[in-house]
Design a protein around this ligand. Sequence first.
Ligand code: ATP
Ligand code: MG
Length: 255
Amino acid sequence: MSLIELKNISKSFEQKKVLDRIDLSIEAGEAFLILGRSGAGKTVLLRHLIGLIHPDSGRVLIDGKDLNQLDEQELVQTRLKFGVVFQNSALFDSLTVGENVGFALIQHSALTKAEILPKVHTALEMVGLEGIEELYPYELSGGMRKRVAIARAIIYRPKIIIYDEPTTGIDPISVDKIVHLIQDLHQRLSITTLVVTHDLDVGLKIAQRVAFLLQGKIIFEGNKDDLQNPERITDPRVVQFIQGSSSGPIKEMEV
Ligand SMILES: Nc1ncnc2c1ncn2[C@@H]1O[C@H](COP(=O)(O)OP(=O)(O)OP(=O)(O)O)[C@@H](O)[C@H]1O
Ligand SMILES: [Mg+2]
């Protein structure tokens, strides 16, 4: 049994089919990359995993449990297996960094404030930002906000961490720091890691296994080595994406 299984998932918004019969399995402990152009449906796919979006057809299984068959409380428990670093960091602007990082514990544990504080400190330390508990998100750079979002995601010691475009809009030095942080957390916490990005370089530094989403379908799935050896790739669309070429079978409008 895989930790995460998508079975024949389809999802449309109005007339547009965003996910088209997706099958995907992610094993416990692995670092997995979902690649795709902007608008390909990567975020929509992630939101299915935590039950924020329900598929039109198909099933999502986490630890063997079908999300559709869980009651509200079981769904909350299942969501707590995930730490999610959302695309825009999604920090609460009116809360301090400390309150943001401690949010899941404040909401979902019986711990007191005094018990939560050292956990917040440790989580911030793990992302290299100790001592900024009292600052507000607007006082942070984009790279720091991202790291605070990562601290918030790991505080509950989730089984799975999802990073949605973890490096978009961040300067190259901060990108490198975040990539190292993601690699480090994957190893230190033995946490199953799912990264979604259109940035091939970043994705391949983090993941061992890769799926490529195009026009609602996974058109490539394999190991990182397969993607880095052009002779192993048979689909010219995948080759075009890897080469970052504007000419090829993928046209401008196709995502
Ligand atoms: N709630 C929604 N209602 C209608 N359409 C939606 C909704 N959510 C997503 N879409 C559409 O689904 C498609 C895929 O969106 P999604 O955000 O998953 O793309 P993405 O691959 O994450 O792109 P990016 O790399 O830019 O983040 C887009 O065409 C988007 O407009
Ligand atoms: Mg997205």
